[in-house]
Design a binder for this molecule. Structure first.
Ligand SMILES: [Zn+2]
Length: 309
């Protein structure tokens, strides 16, 4: 069975605290295990969660501020230390290529792992994965920043009882699924007659940004949205000035975008009580709400069921 879940490595912006590591997130999504924004200490946080370097298939960096990338040297060297046998794809804003080059070779090590480096050159750049499409959208922050979303195409699920009623079995099922129809004894059976729609799922990852079109483009109909809420509304002016979101803004984006499960994270060290983020977000968003904590797991919600008709 496929597994789709978010593993939270760290939730602090800028400076870690006693209870919050620098940022870091792993998305398990079928055959992809994607590490997003490994901040300082990510290698050790991985150890606590049971995700190994060998599990990783891809690394996505939104931008080159330290809380989103200082974990790259350790993580990249660990790929080689563990002799990870498969290539690991890496995406980051192309304008930060010099930072990436330095982080990748921050110290001497015996490099055996293969990195498939594909920088993000432009807003809307897409990478085709087996499980869907990874898309980058530009965000608004003092340095070049891209958020990411993973979009699974809509599909359909064949219904065994309907197939059986038509006497369709074996390779004919695959043909019907692929072609869309099957001619049986002079009668045409269509895929729609023997299947039910299977809506694709979406994951979105929105880090450091002021409110902008890219935020909405990423969040649109996300089953799981991970979004920064560095500040509370009481610091809204400061948030706008430095290119960050408040919990209230993030929650309104989620509500307006039809998000199902909202994960707030990337908290400023100035707030001691995480409940304040929940209280503020709740005023705008009535779906599933998670105030992220280090070393916890958040499931992608079960697939939406389309009502008939
Ligand atoms: Zn940050």
């Amino acid at each position: 069975m496929s597994m789709r879940e978010l593993v939270v490595l760290g939730t602090a912006s800028q400076a870690p605290t006693r209870t919050r590591n620098h940022n870091g997130y792993v998305l398990r999504w079928d055959d992809e295990v994607i590490l997003f924004d490994p901040g300082e200490g990510s290698q050790r946080q991985l150890l606590h969660t049971g995700v190994t370097a060998s599990d990783l298939t891809r690394i996505c960096v939104t931008h080159f501020h330290g809380d989103h990338c200082l974990g790259l040297p350790g993580t990249i060297q660990r790929l080689s230390l563990d002799r990870v046998p498969h290539p690991v794809a890496v995406h980051f804003p192309a304008g930060g290529a010099d930072y990436f080059a330095r982080l990748r070779h921050a110290s001497s090590f015996h490099e055996t792992a293969e990195l498939a480096v594909v920088p993000i050159e432009a807003d809307g750049q897409r990478v085709a994965l087996r499980c869907g499409t990874l898309e980058a959208r530009q965000l608004r922050h003092p340095v070049e920043t891209y958020g990411y979303r993973l979009v699974e195409p809509d599909g359909c699920r064949m219904l065994p009882e309907k197939l059986a009623a038509y006497g369709i079995a074996g390779p004919a099922v695959g043909e019907l699924h692929r072609v869309g129809h099957l001619d049986l004894d002079g009668r045409r059976v269509t895929r729609d007659e023997v299947s039910t729609p299977r809506p694709g799922q979406r994951f979105a990852f929105v880090m450091d940004t002021g409110l902008c079109d890219g935020v909405y483009a990423l969040a649109e109909h996300a089953d799981l949205l991970v979004i920064e809420s560095t500040f509370l509304e009481s610091e809204a002016a400061l948030a706008a000035e430095v290119g960050h979101l408040t919990a209230g803004q993030a929650a309104r984006v989620a509500a307006e975008s039809g998000v199902r499960r909202l994960v707030l994270t990337h908290f400023s060290q100035r707030y001691a009580d995480p409940a304040r983020f929940a209280d503020e977000a709740r005023r705008h968003f009535d779906g599933d709400l998670v105030i992220a904590e280090d070393l916890t797991t958040v499931q992608v919600p079960p697939r939406r069921v389309l009502s008939a008709g």
